[in-house]
Design a protein around this ligand. Structure first.
Ligand code: PGA
Length: 268
């Protein structure tokens, strides 16, 4: 049965002392462990990745990088390689966030190369896909996210596809100017993504893939999102930039686990 994921990307925030204080606060809250079926992760900036990993030792917490290059090493000034990410103790790597696509020219093809590199290095790729406001307005939202996901997963062997985490993050929903998607709308997009994965890699594989929602998640809408069977978790920015925010989201997800389990059993 698919797990429920709660994670946060810190974007370009947090110096080392703040990052460590965050993990310490989270550590206190996670002392009793997290319920089975719930997976927590944080995605700090690369500069504090190792510090966060070390500080989080013993906690049920996965740690990820926000980006990486696909090449092993070489003349790529300013980039970090999959081996470097792994060397910092990361478990996962976020790829194709809309800010990277819009501001740093990350293409679908680049995301695909990075997915392959991540899998080759034992890192879980967390691939973000999402339509822009214009694509939504013009009726091409599904096509856009399906294209992004299909290209990201191109050439990944069927037995490894479910190792890739997807995050559906509509561009218009992200950040200070964003409006959260309606949970029902997000669920439809998740279903469209799952159907597209099924088309290429088979329905059984698609059924095992985790698809998270991200974009203006807060303590008010986390519950309705998690009430959707298609939503396998939440990938959160601002609301979880304080440890107390992430802890509150973990609590909500924990409370919803029994209902989610039942829902899934009924559907299978
Ligand atoms: P937000 O960011 O929760 O602050 O909207 C989400 C994201 O960029 O993943």
């Amino acid at each position: 049965m698919r797990r429920t994921w709660i994670g946060t990307g810190w974007k370009m925030n947090f110096l080392r002392a703040e990052a460590e204080a965050y993990v310490d606060e989270l550590g206190v809250a996670l002392q009793g462990g997290v319920p089975e079926g719930l997976q927590i992760f944080v995605v700090p900036p690369a500069t504090v990745l190792r510090a966060v990993r070390e500080r989080a030792k013993g906690l049920p917490l996965l740690v990820g990088a926000q980006n990486m290059h696909w090449e092993e090493s070489g003349a790529f000034t300013g980039e970090i390689s999959p081996a470097m990410v792994k060397d910092c103790g990361a478990d996962l790597v976020e790829l194709g966030h809309s800010e990277r696509r819009a501001m740093f020219g990350e293409t679908d093809a680049a995301v695909n190369r990075k997915v392959h590199a991540a899998l080759a290095h034992g890192l879980t790729p967390l691939v973000c896909v999402g339509e822009t406001a214009d694509e939504k307005r013009l009726g091409a939202a599904r096509e856009s996210v399906v294209r992004q996901a299909k290209i990201a997963l191109h050439g990944v062997p069927a037995q490894r596809v479910s190792e890739v985490l997807l995050a559906y993050e509509p561009v218009w929903a992200i950040g200070a100017g964003g409006t959260p998607a309606e949970p029902g709308y997000a669920a439809q997009m998740h279903a469209a993504l799952r159907a597209a994965i099924g088309e290429v890699h088979g329905a059984a594989t698609a059924a095992r893939c985790a698809i998270l929602y991200g974009g203006s998640v807060d303590l008010g809408n986390a519950r309705p999102f998690l009430a959707e069977r298609e939503v396998d978790g939440l990938f959160v920015g601002r609301t979880a930039w304080k440890a107390s925010g992430l802890v509150a989201l973990i609590r909500i997800a924990g409370e919803m686990l029994p209902t989610r389990r039942k829902q899934r059993l009924e559907a299978s």
